[in-house]
Design a protein around this ligand. Structure first.
Ligand SMILES: [Zn+2]
Ligand SMILES: [Zn+2]
Length: 217
């Protein structure tokens, strides 16, 4: 039985998720700004953070990455192709006056760019490459529970912006076409911001996913 718990962070309302099975070992996804909030949630659920993963390196999603890695000792997983985007967005975020202070990220213990899986106490998350919003974006998919952690790729009723430095609108279109094929209609989607949804609903109501698949796409 795979369970999902969510903490909404104060910085840009990023969703941090704890995904865990019966063993009580958890994957922490997108460690946002409120380290005390989501590590406190893990404690109250009685789960131990066994690995920390980022769907992408935009600073709001990894604001607590270094601190939570230091506090838990858990290995870190992300796609380092996002590092240039992280640096560029960090400068932008500071210019906007956002309280983003992370000066460096821990090296990834596990590279999510390649074919990669996170297997932790009954939870198996497959990293699906999903470039577009950022070059190193991944969707983390649990095929048994049919739960997808979509980062800033798919939201309820929308998709991630592609006007940031290092965004790529064409790659995003290919990513969305591929995810439409890969994710079953019953898949639960847990995005990086906003409420969770179901693929079937998005195929009907999300203007970026509805409609006929492109030929050969
Ligand atoms: Zn983002
Ligand atoms: Zn975001």
């Amino acid at each position: 039985m795979v369970r999902v718990a969510r903490h909404v962070n104060s910085l840009l309302e990023v969703n941090t998720y704890l995904v865990y099975g019966d063993s009580g070992e958890a994957v922490l996804i997108d460690p946002g700004s409120d380290v005390g909030g989501y590590l406190g949630l893990a404690r109250s659920l009685g789960v131990r953070v066994a690995v920390i993963a980022a769907t992408h390196l935009h600073p709001d999603h990894v604001a607590g990455l270094r601190t939570s890695a230091e506090l838990t000792g858990a290995p870190v997983a992300y796609c380092p192709e996002d590092l240039p985007a992280w640096r560029a967005l960090l400068r932008l975020a500071r210019a906007w006056g956002l309280p983003v202070e992370e000066e460096r990220l821990p090296e990834p213990d596990l590279d999510l760019c390649g074919p990669a899986e996170l297997v932790v106490g009954g939870v198996r998350l497959v990293a699906l490459r999903a470039p577009g919003h950022s070059p190193g974006s991944v969707v983390l998919y649990e095929p048994v529970a049919r739960a997808a952690f979509t980062g800033d790729v798919i939201f309820m009723g929308g998709v991630g912006r592609v006007d940031f430095p290092y965004s790529d609108p064409e790659a995003m279109a290919e990513t969305l076409a591929r995810l439409r094929r890969l994710l079953p209609p019953e898949a639960e989607l847990h995005p990086g911001h906003g409420p969770s949804t179901v693929m079937e609903r998005e195929l009907l109501l999300n203007p970026f996913l509805a409609g006929e698949p492109e030929p050969g796409g």
